[in-house]
Design a protein around this ligand. Structure first.
Ligand code: UD1
Ligand code: MG
Length: 468
């Protein structure tokens, strides 16, 4: 059976009360639409179409790495109209359309596969996934007659009796391509004034087509995200799902309710995650690491036995085995911190390489620098990489000692084993094994303080006389 998938992701998403399209709101740092696209692309279907509004470049942007075709729905006239716009892209396609709402991020590929199997096995023309839902909600109710699927009634249009029906529509359908002509028969006959895709059920059923609804997933997996509250709930559920998976893989959490981990992140065994840690993007953390509280790691690669102390930010960088980072460190994009290096309190590193066993322990800025191994960067050192026009490179070779409060004015190179005296401003290359000092020489004036004291006492006596 050939399958073409269609994700409906146009429309206003008014219930979110947001200027951001609904499907771009994020769950654990990842847009809702990417979850749906990830699930769908695992099916390896012949075509993957995503229906978006005109000017939805931001959605296209969020999916630029996905192998999908976009179809534009000119006006948000409802889910029936949205599917019609996708069908125009599928001229000549003969097979099954798997149609999903773009606001159902927790759907698993396994559920979709089971669903397609049931659709095929039962030789249906049209199938949908339903699930059980209690209490008040906005899902469409499944209307059955003698157990057979007959129609869907939207919550807004349902009467009191219909509202009591527990079986609801997930918004996931399998539709044989020869039924797509029925979309033309959908008319606006509802309170919302839209073309409802759900009406295709009653139309197909009346025409004698074989239709079926299968209760497959649960209310969590099939939850549609229409409001901030639903987004929040899905976020919590996804967080718990990810944390459980991490725990299965041997990761410990001190307080899992306060951490957020991207679904695309990987964490090795015996790593301990403290409260309020955010791990975003495709971050990989190795084995036996400790990540202390209030830390954010974005799209970075962390080796084994790394300690990341409190309140640290690491972005698009790589930290090798046994390095120690923080507290209060900022590793900015493009940095490589090699094995056993130490980046301490209030140290900022930008697009730099820090060699093995090198230490920058306090109050330092290192930008556009290449620093060798076993280098000691004293407190308050600054690589002055920006000349007001362009960024310049600092090279510091192995075994260099940089005294505290030094400014290294790039472009400049400090040769292997050299020393920089504390408080120096280095403007020229420093040869290997030499000492560079650029501060004025110290002068000690003997008994200066005693003379100062005496003159102060004399002044006071004169003043007192004048006052009388
Ligand atoms: C829809 C179903 C409802 C089902 C629920 C499951 C209809 C009429 N109702 O309701 O039976 O229980 O999903 O979550 O289909 N969209 C477009 N173009 C539009 C309107 C919407 O592409 O003109 C897209 C949206 O981006 C969204 C999806 O279609 O991803 C569903 O639309 P939404 O407004 O969320 O429908 P629900 O009210 O949730
Ligand atoms: Mg919805």
């Amino acid at each position: 059976m050939k399958v073409a998938t269609v994700i409906l992701a146009a429309g206003l998403g008014t219930r979110m009360k947001s200027s951001t399209p609904k499907v771009l709101h994020k769950i654990c740092g990842k847009p809702v639409i990417q979850y749906v696209a990830d699930a769908v692309l695992k099916l390896k279907s012949a075509h993957n179409i995503i229906v978006i509004s005109p000017n939805a470049e931001d959605i296209e942007d969020a999916l630029k790495k996905y192998n999908v075709t976009f179809s534009r729905q000119n006006e948000p006239k409802g889910t029936g109209d949205a599917l019609k716009s996708a069908v125009r892209k599928l001229k000549g396609f003969d097979g099954t359309l798997l149609v999903l709402n773009g606001d159902t991020p927790l759907i698993s590929p396994a559920t979709l596969q089971n669903f397609l199997k049931l659709h095929r096995q039962n030789k249906n023309d049209l199938s949908l996934i339903s699930f059980a839902m209690e209490g008040s909600h906005s899902y469409g109710r499944i209307i059955r007659e003698g157990g057979r699927l007959k129609a869907i009634v939207e919550d807004k249009d349902a009467d009191e009796e219909q509202k009591k029906i527990r079986e609801v529509n997930s918004g996931i359908y399998a539709i044989n391509s020869d039924l797509t002509g029925l979309l033309k028969e959908i008319i606006i006959n509802n309170k919302k004034g839209e073309y409802y895709l759900t009406d295709i059920i009653s139309i197909a059923s009346k025409r004698g087509h074989k239709v079926g609804a299968y209760m497959l997933g649960n209310e969590t997996e099939l939850a549609g995200i229409n409001s901030r509250e639903e987004l929040h709930k899905a976020g919590i559920y996804m967080r718990d799902r990810i944390v459980s998976k991490c725990m299965d893989n041997g990761v410990s959490f001190i307080d899992s309710s306060s951490v957020f981990i991207s679904p695309d992140a990987k964490i090795g065994s015996d790593t301990i995650i403290y409260p309020n840690v955010h791990i975003e993007g495709r971050t990989v953390i190795g084995k036996n690491c400790i990540v202390y509280p209030n830390t954010r790691i974005i799209s970075s690669k962390i080796g084994n036995n790394v300690v990341i102390k409190d309140s640290t930010v690491i972005e698009d960088s790589s930290v090798k085995d046994s390095a120690v980072i923080g507290p209060f460190a900022h590793i900015r994009p493009g940095s490589l911190i090699k094995a056993s290096a130490k980046i301490g309190n209030f140290v900022e590193i930008k697009r730099s390489v820090i060699g093995e066993c090198t230490k920058a322990s306090h109050l330092t800025y290192i930008g556009d620098a290449e620093i060798g191994s076993n280098v000691n960067i004293g407190a308050g050192t600054i690589t002055c990489n920006y000349d007001g026009n362009k960024k310049n490179k600092t090279t510091i070779e192995n075994d260099v000692f940089i005294g505290s409060d030094s400014q290294i004015i790039a472009p400049v190179k400090i040769g292997r084993g050299a020393y920089i005296g504390a408080g120096s401003t280095i403007t020229r290359d420093v040869p290997s094994m030499s000492l560079a000092v650029s501060r004025t020489e110290q002068k000690n004036i003997d008994s200066w303080a005693i003379k100062r004291q005496k003159s102060k006492v004399r002044r006071q006596k004169t003043d007192n006389k004048e006052d009388r």
